[in-house]
Design a protein. Structure first.
Length: 412
């Protein structure tokens, strides 16, 4: 741990994660839009979207490289620079003529870019005191969620005015520049280690350490619970027409206003006191997300879609900020391969998101718009109820000491 006088400011992590956030935003909104504009069939776009999202699910396979040989800040900068090169290569290929090559380059760039997430997670654990990690997690999500949504809107704005090659150059610069801030973080060189010898055994021991600790095990199970997922985010544009909202309204509500809402929601997590139990506040954030979704049940009118969507995205930002705080807390300062374990937990936390997206879609198929919304609400309410019952039954306090949590002295 660096000397307290040289600790990085929590807001720095909103810049460090931007290279990943911008490209996640690009994959989720501008890429499908640009492909559809080029005449690519919807079913082909769906297949491409699934393929290019694979790096975010499989990151744990290559994340261990960030914990060896070079400083994490160096890995972060290198990953952003290489990613910017891939961006410059695949943007001119967006269209109907080079789909296979374009997809392969996006996946390769995504593998490299995902190392930014691993490096950021490791730096939060290693470069910050425990009391500052919660605020850093909130700023991290500001850059990831808010930056992703606003970055996607910026790509669409540029694409309407410039050639795709020029847009790619602009995006490449936006990806590369923020990463340079990493060099302002004091970080000691890593301990000598081989590339592969004994690495997977060490990683296995660290994962087993999470399983053996009742405290960390419960927190990890909460990460994989169907609460605080924000799963309806990707489905809200699909049901906008049921509320009488047209394409322009979706662009402003889910794009620009949604990006601001995600950023402000993430930033609101900095108001949560450092000594409040992270598990309870994470479940509580999911409850606020459920309450926001209730607005979508009142009436199928544009005003209710606008208000419900913006509040849903704002509370989603809060959920993901608390998710990151809980993940960092589970990793803890005792973990040697902090970036690796952070990536494993993040990948595991993505499983309930995919499950809830499927369940929300099933709810829509059976009961329409209200079925989708009620399904999404149910996951948050059930998880909060279970966590609240555990806290009440065991007499656990709302406030907790971070040191007590890490040493596993809790009664659960």
């Amino acid at each position: 741990m660096a000397d307290s006088r040289s600790w990085p400011k929590p807001w720095v992590f909103s810049l460090l994660i931007l290279p990943l956030g911008i490209l996640v935003g690009f994959i989720s909104t501008p890429l499908p839009f640009l492909l559809a504009r080029a005449g690519v069939p919807v079913e082909r776009i769906a297949t491409i979207s699934s393929i290019v999202n694979l790096p975010s699910v499989l990151i744990f396979l290559w994340a261990p490289v960030v914990d060896i040989k070079l400083r994490r800040r160096t890995w972060l900068v290198l990953a952003a620079l290489v990613t910017s090169i891939f961006v410059g290569l695949y943007f001119p290929l967006i269209g109907a003529s080079h789909l296979i090559l374009m997809s392969a380059l996006i996946v390769a760039g995504g593998i490299v870019d995902s190392l930014v997430l691993a490096a950021c997670g490791g730096l939060m654990v290693r470069a910050l005191p425990e009391a500052a990690q919660s605020k850093a997690s909130a700023w991290y999500e500001v850059g990831f969620l808010g930056g992703g949504a606003l970055g996607g809107a910026a790509v669409l704005w540029l694409a309407a005015r410039l050639s795709l090659a020029q847009v790619g150059l602009c995006v490449a610069v936006l990806v590369a520049l923020p990463a340079a801030v990493a060099f302002t973080i004091p970080e000691p060189p890593p301990a000598p280690a081989s590339w592969f010898r004994g690495r997977f055994a060490e990683i296995g021991r660290e994962i087993w350490g999470v399983v053996r600790s009742p405290e960390r095990r419960w927190s990890a199970l909460l990460l994989m619970a169907p609460g605080g997922t924000g799963a309806a985010q990707s489905l809200l544009p699909a049901i906008a027409s049921h509320y009488g909202v047209e394409e322009t309204g979706v662009m402003w509500t889910n794009g620009l206003a949604g990006g601001v809402a995600l950023a402000l929601g993430s930033l609101s997590a900095t108001l949560v006191p450092n000594d409040w139990d992270t598990r309870l506040t994470y479940a509580g954030a999911g409850l606020t997300n459920a309450l926001a979704a209730c607005i979508l049940l009142f009436a199928n009118r544009p005003s209710f879609y606008w208000a419900g969507t913006v509040l849903y995205l704002a509370t989603q930002g809060l959920c993901w900020a608390r998710f990151t705080a809980l993940t960092v807390e589970i990793v803890g300062p005792q973990t040697r391969d902090a970036s690796t374990l952070y990536s494993v937990l993040t990948s595991a936390g993505g499983l309930p998101v995919m499950a809830m997206i499927w369940l929300d879609g099933f709810g829509f198929q059976k009961f329409g718009t209200r079925g989708l919304v009620w399904t999404d609400i149910s996951g948050n309410v059930v998880v909060f109820a279970v966590v609240a019952i555990i806290f009440i039954a065991h007499g656990l306090p709302l406030r907790q000491g971070f040191q007590a949590l890490q040493s596993g002295r809790s009664r659960v």
